[in-house]
Design a protein around this ligand. Sequence first.
Ligand code: PEP
Ligand code: MG
Length: 903
Amino acid sequence: MPKLVYDFAEGGKDLNDLLGGKGANLAEMTGLGLPVPPGFTITTEACRAYLAARREPAGLQEAVSTRLAVLEGKAGRALGEPADPLLVSVRSGAKFSMPGMMDTVLNIGLNDVSLAGLAARTGEARFAWDSYRRLIQMFGKTVLGVAGERFEGALDKAKRHRGVAADTDLGVEELKVLVEEFKGIVLAQAGQPFPQDPRTQLDMAIRAVFDSWNGERARLYRRREQIPDGLGTAVNVMAMVFGNLGMDSGTGVAFTRDPGTGRAGVYGDYLRDAQGEDVVAGTRNTVPLQELERIDQRSYDHLLQIMRTLENHYRDLCDIEFTIERGKLWILQTRVGKRTAEAAFRIAVQLADEGLIGMAEAVGRVGGDQLGRLAFPRFEADPAARPITTGIAASPGAAVGRAVFDPRTAVERARGGERVVLVRRETNPDDLGGMIAAVGIVTSRGGKTSHAAVVARGMGTTCVCGAEELDVDTAGRRFTGPGGVVVAEGDVISVDGSSGAVYLGGLPVVPSPVARYFEGELDPRSPEAGELVAAVHRILSHADAVRRLEVRANADTPQDAARARRFGARGIGLCRTEHMFLGERRPHVERLVLADTDAEREAALEALLPLQRADFTAILAEMDGLPVTVRLLDPPLHEFLPDLTELSVRVALADARGEPVERDRRLLAAVRRLHEHNPMLGLRGVRLGLVIPGLFTMQVRALAEAAAQRARAGGDPRGQIMIPLVGAVRELEIVRADAERMLAEVAAETGVALDMPIGTMIELPRAALTAGRIARAAQFFSFGTNDLTQTTWGFSRDDVESAFFNVYLDKGVFGASPFETLDRDGVGRLIEMAAAEGRARRPDLELGVCGEHAGDPASVRYFHRVGLDYVSCSPFRVPIARLEAGRAAVQDTATLRMGDDTR
Ligand code: PEP
Ligand code: MG
């Protein structure tokens, strides 16, 4: 039979699977000789067995009896003994901390008789009655399921009756009445009397803690935090010590460093004459922990010494709950403390400087999400601020600006020096100018990989998308939110891209020094930079030194390329070219689509060539010496043409007025011809290259000429040609042959040798499944994980996230959107297969990722593990990917070392 109960003197912190975090740490502290009240822990295994069978596992009763006898021996008194009762607390404690999600019962062992014993021992009748009152209340609520308000109502009534504000002002007589009243509430509400037998109290409380694992609150919390449902909770039974025995007693919380800012020093709160729940309830004001020095110097010094011991032992920030009972300090709990992003960076580097950990471990202690949060400007915390609505937090940051509803107004107002927020139902490539001009973007439709979201993240613009409660009336230039709140053009709104909240009015914003450091505006060694920026710099430098995975950026303008370089990218892994066909170049695309003859088509392409060449020349210049992977045109051509409905209306109106509409009519025919029901699965990517003669070769020529020009000017251009949406090797072979011919042609014309790798995106399952064959014609693979996720799951990337992903997340189909964090089981399997087969065919095949996942922390670590060469993400996520690639490398060596140790 497995061991179901452990004495605190038996376990240790590495047993947290079995003892839960709290139990494991109590055992660890007991082992360290710290003043922990005696007790024992019932394992998570016992809980799992109980929940599975709906009854206590065989042997649990006996094991509890054995451990209880030991506890009674140590405490020198028996549970509930009438003359001098031992009282115990019963607390839950899962492997992962779930604050406030499960149950606790204090003062178990008190009854109508032992109450007098407690009063006699402590000499405090009021304290004894108050403890009994608390027991019946907590037991009634958490074990017997009586609504808490019943007790609180009675307590409030008693205080009103007595004319006092605090519980502590109730005297013995009032408490006696209250106890009787509480017992009556239990009997009436639970249909059974409050149990007088101490062991029955204990057993019922243990079962209640087991059951609380499946309480609604706990289940919700686990889903949100992605804690597996099958773990179960441990139960800690501990001898009670009392912080509410007068002014020489008290209770508090201590942190070995400030978990808010990371500043070293003593942090915490203390409350005299109180039990733990009084601190949490916030009904009485605590004093800063430093005050304890004045109140009780001996306990304070002892606590400080213990804090040092714990921090040296855990080699991390610890948070500690303690109680002082009549001048004697007891430690009730410790754990490695939660902290803000700022604190995480500062503390990791402080600990490295103090020699407690190495820099490699410091890198492992922080995360890309935290780094991302540090880089964006934030709204100053204001608990009073109420959002109009909360949508999907698509691109972090804090934007304040005037609402505008169309891109043209956005551009005009921005030119006039105004800060604007572009509010749309959804965005499309046409909106780009407005999106660039805006400081924030809000859409009422679309998910995290919708056009608005991808573009906003790429630009580092704050964006909330899928805010479905907003009724956006573009024509009326206003939107209506829940409760009828109307925001008209020009009204100021605040957009929090980190939480998804949209507020009416302007909230105060604080800029981020970390972002200024990334931009090269803040020298990390200067005094102005401060400890946080210095810490970020040191951790990133170490990550860069140890990582294997290279980081490139997705950038399609010289400005983005320059920023990517400042942020530490080593090249461009995806230069999308579609933006280069918009704006004033659109008429050329229209001519291309309308061309009836080869000559007309060639003329249109001829006009595009110099423009495209200039684009590439500027980008190659910014990325001199580093790879620039140019992806040939991907989206369906109708995205560059006028909207079908708009055009139909225009033609109909012009017809009615008798105006000449020949061109528009032809355009309309073309738009109708190109219209697709599933454009994402239609004429796009390599298919365009095969169907529209000369389009891809024009792009190749432009890149080749740009490279030749750069080379002649003394630069070091490193262009690469990438073909999108390939599904069959034949597609790639055809385009590749054309491209090679074109490269040879330009090389001959310019006299510059052009050695440009040609590769493909792997973004269709068929490409992954036939990767061995495709590698015949590709020098590199870049996994387009956006399309690969879309086509593997059959999820439209533009629609599903806001449509039904919350249901899928709730029902546990996946823990995170597969568009955000790579789905390893499905999409990952395809990637691993394609990587292996591609490399088997061509050992020097270069492997990268350029979908959104390349900037997602968990996915970056995965790409490291499966042996890819690089990730390519938006410039703003480059530092995040650098950090995560470093963390992955550090983890590898740590795991290796651990393997060595055990051998
Ligand atoms: C992808 O599909 O992952 C990709 C990078 O291409 P796009 O997002 O432009 O379709
Ligand atoms: Mg794609």
